[in-house]
Design a protein around this ligand. Sequence first.
Ligand SMILES: [Fe+2]
Length: 401
Amino acid sequence: MIDQDPIAKKKESSDSQNWPWWPLLPLYPYGLRRTIFSELIPNQIWSFEQLQGLYYVAVPVRLTVVKIDGGLMLINPLPPTSELNKKLNLLVEKYGPILTIVLPTASGLEHKISLPALSRSFPNAELWLCPGQWSFPFNIPSELVGIPKRRTKILIDDGFPHQETCKWISLGPVDIGLGRFQEISCFHKPSKSLLVTDALISINPEPPLLFDLDPTPLLFHSRESGDEPMEDSPQARRKGWLRLILFASFLRPESLSIPPLSEILRNAFKPGLRNFRAHFGLFPFSWNKGWEESAKELIGNTQNYIQIAPVVERLVFPRAKDVYIKWLDQLKDLKDMRWLIPAHYKAPIPFRKRELNLLSSQIKSGKWAKGKGNWKFLDSIDEGLLKQGIVPANPLEPFKD
Ligand SMILES: [Fe+2]
């Protein structure tokens, strides 16, 4: 048999990864969304991951598929490329139809932007949304962005789906100025797994597999200046990943400086780098000594270290630690919990009573919403917003009974 023409093959695979709605939220990798599929808990839970990010600060975002009575439930939507739908339909053939699609977060734009398209791919699925949906810069009603009203229900207000299999627990709401932060975690009893969106993470020390499909963001950030070529090696990928998690966690980590414009321009537009992939050699970053130690500290020195993401702690819960602790305390009532499955980074992560108690005591006794070192920039954002009255001093005020 003659092999398919490689150009035709490439075109076929990029067609199956096409995401035409990318201009609505122009995040890297724009219209080309490659997907990694894996089974997390045999015959119970599966994961689809795609990259999403700004200026090559791209982290994996996960859609989780859960086995329920009579079919499947999707939690945390992702762009339904034909590659993703094809794999999903293989699960449908084996385990039954997609009965339910859940958007369990009120605020995470990266999780909600693809809900209308995903709901059109599965026109018989019932949709369940976290209450208090909002969008920025325009607060558009759900129907106008293409979320079909006739098959949409609101979590808590209309109850919860599949309660025989799942227990639903709310984190929040807290007022974050432009809208609310709230997410509804799902404890899937048969697999003993807790599914969260942004509430908890565990960061992989090595780059996630998804970057094997396109290591560009890692190679971009592994360099010291814009005139350095983007060369691929396991070391460069690892270095890029450690820098990328510092960006994603602290936005502007302590060990990062912005060089003067003259230096950025001097290093730009060098031969071999005059292309969009290399951002034409424009590289407005300079990493100082100590960055690697910062990254290692962030990952933690125990395997499967679980934490609240610094951005979430410092910008969502700075004055609402009690709300977060209340949620952690509710998790203690879950029977036989074994796994944590977040919408970002590593999954599944061992999460039993032991890990939960350790996390809970660390949070209860530790300093909350720090302002020094790597946390300085996040602190300045929160302080600035608070001063201008954009974020409230009392984030629980609107939700008082
Ligand atoms: Fe998220």
